[in-house]
Write a protein that binds this ligand. Sequence first.
Ligand SMILES: *Cc1c(COP(=O)(O)O)cnc(C)c1O
Length: 350
Amino acid sequence: MTTPSEKLRHFASDNYAGLCPEAWDALVEANHHHTPSYGDDPWTSKAADLIRDVFETDCEVFFVFNGTAANSLALASLCQSYHSIICQDTAHVETDECGAPEFFSNGTKVLLVPGPDGKLEPASIERLVKRRTDIHFPKPKAVSLTQATELGTVYSLDELTAIGQCASKLGLRVHMDGARFANAVASLGVAPKQLAWEAGIDVLCLGGTKNGGAVGEAVVFFNRDLAYEFDYRCKQAGQLASKMRFLSAPWVGMLKDGAWLRHAAHANQMAARLAQGIRALPGVPILFPPQANSVFVQLPTPLVDALHQRGWRFYTFIGQGGCRLMCSWDTTEQDVDGLVSDLRELATGA
Ligand SMILES: *Cc1c(COP(=O)(O)O)cnc(C)c1O
């Protein structure tokens, strides 16, 4: 299948990568016996328990097929149709979910605010909420933020806490798109709960797929009241897996001995190595502080074409332009050094 210039691993997305061994082994193990369906099985309850252990609290946990469904259904459970959701310009819920948050909430409007490095700031949230308080405007009810952000940056604890406090003051609920939450935890080296309920997050969409899972994200309600009838919402949306154990078993494999954090830390380290290599090259500016597992660079079109010709794949449409170089749980030092070496040769002729 692979042509000579085709690489084994790419920098396109962390969802290009396969399953990590821990997820794979758990799937194999879950395949041995007949097991009750629709989540009424030991794998699913074990996975939910492990998530409660990770966050050190008694949260409500649901497993759905992907991040779009997780975000949309979580947001729908925070809002009525006449409400609005505030997020940053580059948020996945705005740019990459085909209107699903609006669809599943029966029309709740997503409102955008700008912010540096893919982040929301309390002042701009407050400005938006206070600009209009009349009956003609869709009433702001939720803030949605992404950790790590779409631009490979990470909200610090202080930044998160400030947003949590601002939201609480303004009567807003807080949703976190955590497709790369593990990378943020690994980057900051803090306890998961500090980036979650302690910072005022009501519901977290916890990503598994991009961190070495096969399929499936967890919706984690720290505010348990908001999980009311969420199971019906999932079923109606076509998100209740009948063989649920194949969504949940990989979580058990990845959570039980901390593989989820090891893999995220490794992906982050590979991005840091890549950034270090790129900084040594003239004329290849890095666009945002690389704090998680991606590096955004500005490359002239001929250089992009030349890299593509050498078999490297990466995205050029994410965020505010530039090329996104994304590392995964299985990215190797050789992959990174190979890309840097090709970049050096093409950019400098050396
Ligand atoms: C990948 C991703 C998702 C989930 O996307 P799906 O393709 O629906 O699984 C959600 N948020 C962010 C920031 C992502 O990068």
